[in-house]
Design a binder for this molecule. Structure first.
Ligand code: C5J
Length: 227
């Protein structure tokens, strides 16, 4: 990687200038319980195909990013097995028959170490790629993500994953307040709800990019290929 090379990805509301040496690809919560048929997400009545359409674009983007030798970071939402890091408010929220820590289709729901908590095999981390275990929706809250990014000299993030309006949005907002520029490729983020997908993306880039930029995986990969 050329540490001085600035690339520009066509994006909305305007081109996103970045340098892969100081930009990380951050994949949010591509976990089996959210994406796989038979997981917790589907048990709640959600249509997992809305999230699964993000797998192939993420695979292509991840392969392109890895080929540069640029930083890749993965996150997982979940809790300690004793649930000591689970706020009572989050445990009670939803009033569903089954909640966090209860037995689910792929082990205890959103508990670290359980099968459903793991990342999907299609996007599994490679050796050396940090995996951030986060108890909240945002990837900065109660994690060492900011320290890792600072230590690596990262100034910008390409944020992908699920779900658009929850953990992706919360993370982009947290990143924005900490001084990172964020680009979100629209085909690499997914929501169970099409209307939230659309509005979530519109909110990110509104008002001149109030939280960041929106593009897509093809435009990012074409920019990398033409460098
Ligand atoms: C994520 C959620 N990852 N929707 N979690 O967005 O609860």
């Amino acid at each position: 990687m050329n540490p001085t090379q600035t690339l520009t990805v066509p994006a909305e509301p305007y081109g996103f200038d970045f340098n892969p040496a100081t930009c990380a690809l951050l994949l949010i919560d591509m976990q089996r319980d959210f994406l796989e048929p038979g997981g917790f997400g589907e048990l709640l009545g959600n249509d997992v195909s809305q999230l699964r359409r993000t797998i192939a674009p993420n695979q292509r983007l991840l392969a392109g990013w890895r080929s540069l030798g640029a930083l890749v970071i993965h996150t997982r939402e979940g809790h300690r097995p004793d649930l000591a890091d689970l706020p009572d408010t989050k445990r009670r929220r939803g009033r569903g028959a089954r909640g966090i820590g209860d037995p689910g289709p792929m082990g205890r729901i959103l508990v670290r170490g359980e099968a459903g908590h793991d990342l999907i095999p299609e996007l599994y981390p490679m050796a050396g790629e940090p995996v951030i275990d986060k108890p909240g929706k945002g990837a900065f809250w109660a994690t060492d993500l900011h320290a890792i990014l600072q230590n690596r000299g990262i100034k910008q993030l390409i944020v992908t994953g699920v779900t658009t309006e929850v953990c992706v949005h919360t993370t982009v907002r947290e990143a924005n307040d900490r001084g990172y520029d964020c680009l979100v490729p629209s085909d690499c983020v997914g929501s169970y709800f099409p209307e939230f997908q659309e509005m979530g993306l519109r909110m990110l880039k509104a008002q001149g990019g109030i939280f960041g930029w929106v593009s897509d995986s093809e435009r990012v990969l074409s920019t990398l290929a033409g460098r």
